[in-house]
Design a protein around this ligand. Structure first.
Ligand code: URA
Length: 215
């Protein structure tokens, strides 16, 4: 049966789709390297988003980067180009990184979801749960010094909380089993709509830079 259809049937029955054993929770499977992980993501059918995506958006950047920036999910432009943060929000993200002395090419950029939710709706809890093991595997390979979660949706999914972004920022959190230090800031798309909060985002970036310097 078509995996997306199977997912829909199971969801209608209130059941979660199975996840193949190769996708060990926590992404701790031995031996997976970047090319293998990328091809697994490209072939992924764990959730119904596989039916509507143009392509998966794996992530981009320096595989030896110290910084891992994590957004929510690909938008329309990212779905078309196969790269995260390539639209207007991506340009602002690049400027934010430059402000703390980092070129886009020096960091690694990924999302909680590897596929675009139709209409740019928020990721569902099931989609996030099915997709997060891929991010965990990326983290296991990258071993970043710091993670920067941009936006409420990314932060809440990474930290498994429903605490507001306003209360999550300006603190050092730790991600998952790896306990990578994680700092939260505003999503660049939000900052495009609310430029008065750019000053707070600047404070967050300086805070994150200080955390990274201490690790
Ligand atoms: N917003 C995100 O959260 N991620 C992207 O890749 C693009 C826009």
């Amino acid at each position: 049966m078509n995996p997306a259809l199977r997912h829909d049937y199971l969801a209608a029955l209130g059941l979660e789709s199975w996840v193949a054993r190769t996708a060990a929770p926590g992404g701790r499977e031995a031996g997976v390297d970047w090319p293998e992980l990328k091809s697994r993501v490209a072939a992924c059918t764990r959730c119904a988003l596989c039916a509507s995506r143009t392509q998966t958006v794996f992530g981009v950047g320096d595989p030896r980067a110290q910084w891992l920036v994590v957004g929510e999910a690909p938008g329309a432009e990212e779905d078309r180009q196969g790269e995260p943060f390539v639209g207007r929000a991506g340009q602002l993200l690049n400027s934010m990184l430059r402000a703390i002395g980092l070129a886009r090419e020096q960091v690694y950029i990924a999302n909680v979801l590897k596929c675009r939710p139709p209409g740019n709706r928020d990721p569902s809890p099931t989609e996030a749960a099915q997709c997060l093991p891929y991010l965990e595997q990326q983290i296991a390979l990258l071993k970043p010094k710091i993670m920067l979660a941009v936006g409420r949706i990314a932060a809440q999914n990474l930290l498994h909380t429903d605490v507001t972004l306003g209360r999550l920022r300006q603190q050092v959190h730790h991600f998952g089993l790896s306990q990578v230090p994680l700092v939260v800031t505003y999503h660049p798309a939000y900052l495009l709509r609310t430029p008065t909060d750019k000053r707070k985002a600047w404070e967050d970036l300086k805070f994150a830079r200080g955390v990274c310097a201490r690790v």
